[in-house]
Design a protein around this ligand. Structure first.
Ligand code: HEC
Length: 229
């Protein structure tokens, strides 16, 4: 915790924990170069599953946030207003495990008529919490696959969204949705930036840049007409 954070925390955190607002930078994601089969990854395994099961509109999206629970990002899931929702290291103490396991149809999440999460899904969430409920992600690249939701969006999410999201995104460029990303390809020379073409600031600005496989995936998706698939 930086000194400023500590100061802010001491002044306001203790008094009004309920309305702390976190930005994505508060909980940076760790990205592993390769996906380890014994590790559960938040970005690949947990967020897409929870968003599909709980984050629809009318439930726990930004607009509806039933019971003040918003299932749309690491900070809202692990450090949101309901602070027992996920207790890192303790699946048994985590409210999330309780509600997805509840036998009572009036209490189980997601509620009927949605089908409950499968045993495999529930086990995966428990394991993720047991492994520390990390904000982790891994890179695996399959050059034959370039669907938006499974490949392109996670890639941008992993490499770009820490800087390109929120109220004041770097370069005044938000890259958190399909239309933002497609717009950046069309109007903001995204491919020239990521392929480090001469005359364009390389993106991401530091590190080794995208791998040849990742550039290929992006280019193939663009060639297909940038579908939201
Ligand atoms: C560490 C922060 C950071 C990361 C990570 C990052 N960017 Fe950027 N980006 C910036 C900043 C700062 C600018 C504005 C200044 C500049 O152009 O260098 C920028 C500018 C851009 C622009 C040009 C916008 C314009 O029209 O001027 C594009 C396109 C872009 N970024 C795409 C990406 C993509 C795609 C990724 C991920 C592969 C990415 N960026 C990762 C910080 C970042």
């Amino acid at each position: 915790m930086s000194r400023l954070h500590l100061f802010v925390f001491l002044c306001f955190g203790v008094v009004s924990c309920k309305h702390e607002v976190f930005s994505p930078e508060d909980y940076p994601m760790t990205i592993s170069e390769l996906c380890d089969s014994d590790t559960v990854y938040f970005a690949q395994d947990i967020l897409p599953m929870l968003e599909a099961a709980c984050g629809q509109s009318g439930c726990h999206d930004q607009a509806s946030h039933e019971d003040d629970i918003i299932i749309d990002s690491y900070s809202n899931i692990v450090h949101g207003e309901e602070n027992d929702l996920v207790i890192p290291g303790s699946p048994n103490g985590s409210e999330l495990m309780e509600v997805i396991n509840d036998n009572n149809p009036n209490d189980v999440m997601p509620p009927p008529p949605a089908s409950p999460l499968s045993h495999d899904q529930i086990d995966l969430i428990a394991l993720w919490i047991e492994q520390g409920a990390l904000h982790n992600s891994c890179l695996s690249c399959d050059s034959t696959s370039f669907e938006f939701t499974t490949v392109i969006q996670p890639l941008i999410q992993n490499l770009c969204v820490t800087c390109h999201s929120g109220l004041e995104p770097d370069g005044e460029l938000n890259l958190s949705t399909h239309s933002n990303i497609a717009g950046a390809v069309t109007y903001r020379d995204l491919m020239n930036h990521v392929s480090q073409a001469p005359g364009f600031d390389p993106m991401p600005p530091n590190g080794s840049g995208l791998s040849a496989c990742q550039l290929f995936q992006l280019q193939e998706w663009i060639n297909e007409g940038m579908p939201n698939n």
